[in-house]
Design a protein around this ligand. Structure first.
Ligand SMILES: [Zn+2]
Length: 277
């Protein structure tokens, strides 16, 4: 059964697709979120904003106020598209807070109720990294940070945002994970990934990401490692981990992939997690 959360996300995704169609987006160069805002009659103003990244003011003259603090240009675009998401989804003013996150694309926690922030992020991801443009690249790629890095360059988005997008759009068994000081801050699994990597989980010393905790370095090539470094399994199989340091936030971004060659899909159970070796 579909939850209210999932239903809201679908509506948000539809809104993003409508926008991409309306503004004739056929390549990364066509993505101009400030122009979209203007077309909706929403003025974008840059200025001081106490602690917040962006804020939407609804009313007869809607305004998106963006902080003038320096940040990655992709974070700025993502924040504007997030606020525009609240606007097009007609979220009640009482349910829209200021966007305060250092990383506006950071996923919200799990749940089943509608979540305006998750919906606004869905609009933003759908507009800043359209599935219409990326689906084929992602589907045919061998999962690795090399792909999400190339997307980050082409779409002028932070690597964490494009790695999340990869996990959202791929049909392969992948997870995007971000950690700081040896703990998982967030994780986004693809629809087919057979496990959840919980927030707050301590990194296993056998993972490549742990290298950053251990000696401030990460072996940033994709490597096969024991699957139980990341997920609960006693099947003795391996998965592919590709990790890299995010210097701006002193964190580590990780993309996990369970190739079919190491564990056939039938051997993976979402509840029991018994990977067949
Ligand atoms: Zn918001």
């Amino acid at each position: 059964m579909i939850t209210d959360r999932e239903l809201g996300i679908r509506l948000a995704d539809d809104e993003a697709k409508k926008m991409n169609k309306r503004f004739g987006v056929r390549s990364a160069a066509h993505i101009k979120v400030e122009m979209y805002a203007a077309a909706f009659g929403v003025k974008v103003i840059e200025g001081k904003l106490d602690g917040a990244r962006a804020r939407l003011k609804v009313g007869p003259r809607p305004i998106i106020r963006v902080s003038d603090r320096p940040c990655h240009p992709g974070e700025r675009s993502f924040s504007i598209a997030h606020e525009l998401g609240h606007f097009v989804l007609r979220h009640p003013a009482s349910r829209i807070g200021a966007l305060c996150k250092r990383e506006p694309f950071r996923p919200v926690g799990p749940g089943t109720a509608r979540h305006p922030e998750a919906e606004a992020n869905t609009v933003s991801a759908g507009v800043c990294m359209p599935s219409e443009l990326l689906a084929k690249t992602i589907e045919t790629a061998t999962p690795s940070l090399d792909v999400t890095h190339a997307i980050a360059t082409e779409y002028a988005m932070p690597l964490q945002a494009t790695t999340i997008r990869f996990a959202e759009l791929t049909s392969k068994r992948c997870a995007a994970i971000y950690s700081e000081v040896g703990k998982v801050v967030w994780a986004v699994s693809s629809k087919t990934f057979p496990a959840n990597v919980p927030r707050g989980k301590r990194l296993d010393p056998a993972s490549l990401a742990y290298g950053y905790v251990h000696n401030g370095k990460v072996d940033d090539r994709a490597r096969s490692i024991a699957a139980d470094a990341w997920i609960a399994t006693d099947a003795g199989v391996e998965l592919v981990e590709h990790s890299a340091v995010v210097p701006e936030t002193k964190g580590v971004i990780t993309l996990l992939w369970i190739p079919e060659a190491t564990a056939p899909p039938g051997g993976v159970d979402r509840r029991g997690i018994t990977l067949r070796s």
